[in-house]
Design a protein around this ligand. Structure first.
Ligand SMILES: Nc1nc2c(ncn2[C@@H]2O[C@H](COP(=O)(O)OP(=O)(O)OP(=O)(O)O)[C@@H](O)[C@H]2O)c(=O)[nH]1
Length: 573
């Protein structure tokens, strides 16, 4: 299974990068939001201030023109000396033509009685609406008289021209002696003002002009206000009127009409209220956060994909290294797989270390193998030695240490094998038992050491004389020897035994305890057919009996157990 490790490193790298991306993004978001909020507030203040200034200018211009016109009329010398319908009528008509904003122009006597009004009929064609009307109680009349100067009134409800609310301008007219002759004036149409305010406000903003009594003189159409309505009747304006003068602040906390407002007092006691859409700071925040979140999710996904791909590419050499290591068998070769030779520089130390370790491992392995071979050789040698020692031990277990002949144990093993062969071949087997005569006496006379030497010489003599025929000769115990001969012929065995006896006698080992004066040997033999019923023990017993007979007959002689005696013995057995 090839190594495909990417997860851990990719996760850690993604987490780190995300952390590094997240924190700066959050800080940037906060900074942007704060900057945006401040600049938004500044922008709102500037925009609303210029709207309010514009509204004031529009009002000033609008009123100033008409007021100046009325003042001019009031100051005309002919009028001041001849305050009559004939003089007034053309003047008022001229004014009417020059100033379309004037709904009507009028002149009233000092007691308020209307002398003349222009146009002479109303818009519906009804004539002389002003005829018989007394203006004594009208604001603009009273204001003009009270101020003794041109006066601009607040809104009033006009019965003289239409049903709307109008603004009146009136100027007192005095004769050259300073006596009050009456009043000239005009009723103005605020629609023009309203149109100007609409243009000033634009589609998103709103302007409202309020008279000194707080009634709406003109308002942007978007506000949906009726002229003359007290501003407090409208919730938006009610909040706007509560604003401190010249301060930009939020009005209308309702969710659908979030605006900022600026209230300004005009010199004539009127007020202008400028409203602009409140930049939805909170919403901008949410939007910014949402965008930031989305950005982070996208960044996160991209980073994960990017880092996954990058780490896969980055870890490819590591995976190759791991694969190669999994396949690498340092016991086979110290050579690293060839792919590792092309490992990137960063992994070279690892590859070098691996190579060094592999070489070290190989050296150790070779050393161990050498040691092992040495040990094996040593063990082989030891085993051989041990085997030799065991063989020697076995040999010594079968050898008589004194004479070097086979001992009885070894002799018996060999004899059993030979006996089995002879039985297969139905051959004749002979056993010769030998015993040194008066050996006790010899020992006693010459000492045990001399006895040993005697034993060795007798054994050598026996070996020499029986060597040719005896398949096995052994020292069967003490001063006794035994030989097994096959195939055997009775006569030949007789001769052989005799030769052995003579060989010992020929040694001429002095023996004072012997009647012969030297060491002699008695021998007994028996020859037996190794038929299926025959047993080696019977043969040996027969040889022993024959030896016993030789001893009994005077020693230094050879005796045989006769065939009949042997048969008897076999039967007994
Ligand atoms: N020096 C020596 N003497 C041995 C050894 N083995 C047996 N003998 C002696 O051989 C003697 C055998 O004596 P006996 O069995 O009495 O026989 P003998 O004296 O030879 O008498 P006959 O056999 O009847 O002639 C004993 O005295 C044993 O101590 C040996 O390895 N070395």
């Amino acid at each position: 299974m090839p190594y495909r490790q990417t997860g851990s490193l990719a996760r850690r790298a993604a987490a780190v990068l995300l952390l590094f991306a997240l924190l700066p993004a959050l800080l940037l978001g906060l900074a942007l939001s704060a900057w945006y909020g401040r600049s938004d507030a500044r922008h709102s203040a500037a925009m609303l201030g210029s709207m309010a200034d514009g509204a004031e200018l529009a009002l000033r211009g609008y009123l100033a023109r008409h007021r100046d016109a009325i003042a001019t009329i009031a100051e005309v010398p002919t009028l001041r000396s001849d305050f009559s319908v004939a003089t007034l009528t053309p003047r008022l008509r001229l004014l009417q033509k020059m100033y379309p904003g004037m709904l009507t122009t009028f002149a009233a006597a000092a007691d308020g009685a209307v002398l003349v009004a222009s146009p002479e009929h109303d818009a519906a064609g009804r004539g002389y609406y002003w005829q018989g009307v007394n203006l004594a109680e009208r604001d603009y009349f009273r204001a003009a008289l009270r101020n003794r100067a041109v006066a601009v009134t607040g809104l009033f409800h006009s019965h003289g021209y239409g049903q709307g609310m109008q603004v009146g301008i009136a100027a007192p007219v005095y004769d050259p002696q300073g006596r009050l002759l009456g009043v000239v004036g005009a009723v103005l149409d605020p629609d023009k003002l309203q149109a100007d305010l609409g243009e000033l406000a634009g589609p998103e903003n709103a302007l409202a002009l309020l008279d000194a009594q707080g009634r709406v003189v003109a308002a942007s159409p978007g506000l949906g206000l009726t002229r003359g309505v007290p501003a407090h009747d409208d919730s938006t304006l009610r909040h706007a009127l509560a604003l401190p003068v010249d301060h930009v602040a939020d009005v209308d906390p309702g969710p659908l009409m979030e605006r900022r407002g600026l209230r300004e007092m005009l010199p004539n006691g009127w007020q202008v209220v400028a409203l602009g859409p409140r930049q939805l700071f909170a919403h901008a925040w949410l939007l910014a956060l949402g965008l930031l979140g989305l950005l982070l999710v996208l960044v996160s996904i991209s980073l994960r994909l990017l880092i996954r791909g990058a780490t896969r590419r980055l870890l490819a050499p590591v995976n190759t290294l791991a694969d190669a290591l999994a396949r690498f068998d340092p016991s086979g070769s110290a050579e690293l797989p060839p792919g590792l030779r092309a490992a990137p520089r960063e992994l070279r130390p690892i590859v070098d270390a691996l190579e060094a370790h592999a070489a070290l491992f190989q050296a150790l392995l070779a050393q161990r193998e050498e040691t092992l071979a040495e040990r094996e050789h040593e063990i082989e040698q030891r085993t051989r030695e041990l085997r030799r020692a065991v063989d020697a031990l076995a040999e010594s277990a079968r050898t008589d240490a004194l004479t070097g002949l086979t001992n009885y144990r070894g002799w018996r093993e060999l004899a059993d094998t030979l006996w089995a062969e002879a039985r297969q071949q139905h051959g004749e087997v002979a056993a010769i038992a030998c015993d040194i005569d008066h050996f006790k006496a010899y020992n006693d006379t010459y000492g045990h050491g001399a006895g040993d030497a005697c034993l060795r010489r007798v054994a050598t003599a026996l070996q020499a004389s029986l060597q040719r025929d005896a398949r096995v000769l052994a020292r069967s115990g003490g001063e006794e020897f035994i030989a097994l001969i096959l195939p055997a012929q009775r006569r030949h065995i007789q001769e052989l035994a005799e030769a052995a006896r003579a060989a010992v006698a020929a040694l001429a080992i002095p023996h004072s305890g012997s009647t012969r004066g030297h060491v002699t040997l008695s021998l007994g033999f028996s020859v037996m057919l190794a038929d299926p019923d025959a047993r080696l023990d019977v043969l040996l017993r027969a040889a022993d009996l024959a030896l016993y007979r030789a001893k009994r007959n005077g020693r230094d002689q050879v005796a045989e157990l006769s065939v009949s005696a042997l048969q008897k013995l076999r039967n007994e057995e």
